[in-house]
Design a protein around this ligand. Structure first.
Ligand code: IPM
Ligand code: MG
Length: 371
């Protein structure tokens, strides 16, 4: 990144290279709005964001016959950060597993070394009524971050077929090496230190060897963070506690597959998956940022998608990769101000109430940033 040390940043005009991967479905709709907001930030604070748009997912399959072209990987590698919309859709659902658009996502994670996935589940005060849990369960709000390991475990372990007495068997291996566990634990403990110093490590150590290993390494790392209150929870119990008493959680650290499941559950209890951003970080400051929602092909290109999750993902990019926390705060405040003024896209609007279109929502947020 062409940036001086953090202390010097403020006074200089900065250049940031961003790879845009709009992808499929509503991906292009929402990425366009996030760019609008980033450009407003650029204008206001004197930064220059340079974008290079590349293909991935179904869009890449259609254009060049593969879901993750080498050029996409190269452009992402040569950028300071990546902003991704979504990949996948019905159109490609019948392709064999190794050719599906989702492979592009897994490929990017692996190729770019994005081992730490931060998935905040924040209940916006203005949207509390969208939460499917009883009001007394969420009183005072919900603010959880799931720190999901993203380049190891069963997603990337050995897989294959073999013959058994009961017929052909398929297998996927869950395996974690010390360093893989240690580095994600460090990210989670650091995050806990910046928040309420409370960390829950989720595993299945009553059954799985890989989980016992996980637990031991997390305990070891906790020695370096005496101020953080660490607890361990089995995944089945965690899934239950997430709906019974979600306020007990602050930062959660867990494996790739458990994090996949638990982060969807956490997002659902906020009631508005259209609002949730995510960051996937590598060593150093490099990161890929994307909304948690999927490609929603049924509303693609119709100006109906909620761009807020992608705009909030851009805010995470400003914060975590570029170290621009004032700018990130500004974007988050702009989103909140639009919500507070009653602005709702169709996923959030009450039945019968008028909803903002994608572009209109983006415009309102960009205008709020410009103030
Ligand atoms: C996610 C998604 C992906 C995952 C799929 C699309 C491969 O569910 O980002 O949570 O399982 O990681
Ligand atoms: Mg998932």
């Amino acid at each position: 990144m062409s940036s001086p040390p953090p202390g010097k940043r403020r006074s200089m005009q900065m250049n940031y290279k961003i790879a845009l991967v709009p992808g499929d479905g509503i991906g292009p709709d929402v990425v366009t709005e996030a760019v609008k907001v980033l450009d407003k930030i650029g204008e206001k604070y004197g930064h220059r964001f340079q974008y290079t748009t590349v293909l991935a997912g179904g869009a890449a399959i259609d254009a060049v016959g593969e879901c993750l072209p080498q050029n996409t990987i190269d452009v992402c590698r040569n950028s300071d950060a990546v902003l991704l919309g979504a990949v996948g859709g019905w159109k490609w659902d019948t392709l064999p597993g190794d050719q599906r658009p989702e492979r592009a996502l897994l490929g990017l994670r692996k190729e770019l070394g994005l081992f730490a996935n931060l998935r905040p589940a924040l209940l916006f005060e203005e949207l509390a009524e969208a939460c499917p849990l009883k009001p007394e369960i969420i009183e005072g709000g919900l603010d959880i971050v799931v720190v999901r390991e993203l380049t190891g475990g069963i997603y990337f372990g050995e897989k294959g077929y073999k013959d058994t007495e009961l017929g052909r068997a398929a297998y996927d291996v869950e395996q974690y090496a010390e360093e893989e566990i240690r580095r994600i634990a460090v990210v989670a403990f650091d995050m806990a230190m910046k928040r309420n110093k409370k960390l829950t490590s989720v595993d299945k150590a009553n059954v799985l060897e890989s989980s016992r290993h996980w637990r031991n390494i997390v305990k070891e790392v906790s020695g370096e963070y005496p101020e953080v209150e660490l607890s361990h929870m089995y995944i089945d119990n965690a899934a239950m506690q997430m709906v019974r008493d979600p306020k007990q959680f602050d930062v959660i650290v867990t494996s790739n597959i458990f994090g996949d499941i638990l982060s969807d559950e956490a997002s659902m209890i906020t009631g508005s998956i259209g609002m949730l951003p995510s960051a996937s970080l590598a060593k150093g400051n490099f990161g890929m940022y994307e909304p948690v929602h999927g490609s929603a092909p049924d509303i693609a290109g119709q100006d109906k998608a909620n761009p807020m999750a992608t705009i909030l993902s851009a805010a995470m990019m400003l914060r975590y990769t570029f170290g621009l926390s004032r700018e990130a705060d500004d974007v988050e405040a702009a989103v909140k101000s639009v919500l507070a003024a009653g602005g709702r896209t169709s996923d959030l609007a009450r039945p019968g109430k008028e909803a903002l279109g994608t572009k209109e929502a983006g415009d309102l947020i960009a205008t709020a940033v410009g103030k």
